[in-house]
Design a protein around this ligand. Structure first.
Ligand code: NAP
Length: 446
């Protein structure tokens, strides 16, 4: 429930940002937690910190023209929302997907502010992307699109200004084309301007794996907080992209049997446990659909009916996209005995689903805490670029694991401090907000 002092602020957000439903949802979820913080810190209300946090510092929308292999001209829309730079340069990924619009970029940018604050590293929040659909496009078409996109974006970013990374539809290949064009236009090998780079040209070891690995380290802390073991459990992971694949990998390392994953055409149920090498071959090398996995794996079943959440499991990790797990899906998971849900994707559980998990008292890890390992390792990539250094995989993964444990501790202890014992949603929202708000107070009215 939103505090009555905060209701008018939320109403104003609705009025100023019509039709941006995902942004409204993300703001509402944070504001729901902030009543006790405003009561404790009247200076935040006096300085209108919440109203300022809800208004991006800068929003850039631009045309991206490009030609396909047949010489046809296409026009897409590019966006970058530079949301909040109180704690450091804007930092957040780029998403290339036909569903991208300003409301989605703003919801992602808003979440990113608090997520980045939770890492304790000096990074602000931003997000960007385009309604470009990379599916089925050739390598040359992807390169032409990325070059055109960067031809406008380059003037707005920089290692001290705004540092984009990948997200849905943007991985090392796209970051390569984007970085190449930035370098060509500016004549600067400014490694720290983008993260998620290939390891031969300034990227950090473990960045590719970081969001999925970090998610599982966070899950381990959640289970441990109730004295529960991770090993020996069963898990369902939605998606089969970057986050999902490396979450599955780390779960398997920890002795968890992952029995299902999905893409936007359906899911595979593999009761013997997902074959990770085959999944990587299908998704990372062949860039094919999951039906190919089922064709090659005896015993695995592909389905495009119902949802992946019908499969009974101990642990559910939604790692595909926003609002992919409904209230009804949550009820099914609970009926089937699920004990823990952690969000690898951003806002994948609908508000009804989050309420159902919280009321049932099962473990629930919100995305802004649970999937912060990706951006945290991006910040470690920036550190390596700034010092012209390259750390080992072991050292970087150890730092990632330490960061995830300290994010869990911070959320857990903050929830306790504000009378919401074990509620990591409140803990994450309050802890992230307090850090950003403190920075904003210190920097004055800007
Ligand atoms: P990705 O590599 O592009 O993979 C996305 C996966 O989700 C694919 O399997 C995709 O299936 C599926 N998917 C996308 N849109 C969908 C839709 N509308 N319905 C059903 N399935 C859909 O992206 P990613 O980097 O793993 O990102 C996944 C989520 O994690 C996003 O919410 C992202 O914001 C969040 N996240 C990512 C990072 C990171 O470091 N990459 C960090 C923090 C949070 P298809 O192949 O069929 O499209």
């Amino acid at each position: 429930m939103i505090d009555e002092k905060l209701e008018p602020i939320y109403d104003e957000v609705l009025k100023r940002n019509p039709g941006e439903v995902e942004f409204h949802q993300a703001v509402r979820e944070v504001l729901d937690s902030l009543g006790p913080v405003i009561a404790k810190h009247p200076e935040f209300a006096e300085r209108k910190i919440i109203q300022r946090i809800c208004e991006p510092e800068r929003q850039i929308i631009f045309r991206v023209p490009w030609t396909d292999d047949a010489g046809q001209v296409h026009i897409n829309r590019g966006m970058r929302v530079e949301f909040n730079s109180a704690l450091g340069p804007y930092k957040g990924g780029l998403r290339f997907h036909p569903s991208v619009n300003l409301g989605i970029v703003k919801f992602l940018g808003f979440e990113q502010i608090f997520k980045n604050a939770l890492t304790s590293l000096p990074i602000g929040g931003g997000k960007g992307g385009s309604d470009f659909d990379p599916k089925g496009r050739s390598d040359a078409e992807i390169m032409h699109f990325c070059q055109s996109f960067m031809t406008e974006l380059y003037r707005h970013i920089g290692e001290y200004t705004d540092v984009p990374a990948g997200d849905i539809g943007v991985s090392t290949r796209e970051i390569g084309y984007l970085f190449g064009q930035y370098k060509r236009i500016t004549n600067r090998y400014e490694s720290g301007v983008l993260t998620g780079k290939g390891t031969q040209w300034g990227g950090a070891l473990v960045r590719t794996e970081a969001t999925g690995y970090g998610l599982v380290y966070f899950l381990e802390c959640m289970l441990a907080s109730r004295g529960l073991e991770t090993e020996g459990r069963s898990a369902v992971v939605s998606g089969s992209g970057n986050v999902a694949i490396y979450a599955i990998s780390k779960l398997q390392d920890m002795g968890v049997k992952v029995i299902a994953c999905s893409d936007s055409n359906g899911y595979v149920h593999d009761a013997d446990g997902i074959d990770l090498d085959l999944l990587k071959q299908v998704k990372e090398v062949e860039r094919a659909r999951l039906t190919r996995y089922a064709e090659k794996r005896p015993g695995a079943r592909h389905s495009d009916r119902g949802t992946i959440w019908q499969i009974p499991c101990d642990i559910a990790l939604p790692c595909a996209t926003q609002n992919e797990l409904s209230g009804k899906d949550a009820a099914t998971l609970l009926e089937n005995g699920c004990i823990a849900v952690a969000e690898g994707a951003n806002m994948p559980a609908s508000p009804e689903a989050v309420r159902a998990f919280t009321e049932a008292g099962i473990l629930f890890g919100p995305g802004k805490a649970a999937n912060a390992g990706g951006v945290a390792t991006s910040a470690l990539e920036m550190q390596q670029n700034a010092s012209r250094d390259s750390w080992t995989a072991d050292f970087t993964e150890k730092r990632l694991a330490d960061i995830m444990r300290s994010i869990h501790r911070l959320c857990f202890e903050t929830a306790d401090e504000f009378g919401a014992e074990g509620d990591l949603v409140k803990g994450a929202n309050i802890a992230g907000f307090q850090r950003v708000a403190g920075g904003m107070v210190a920097l004055g009215l800007i």
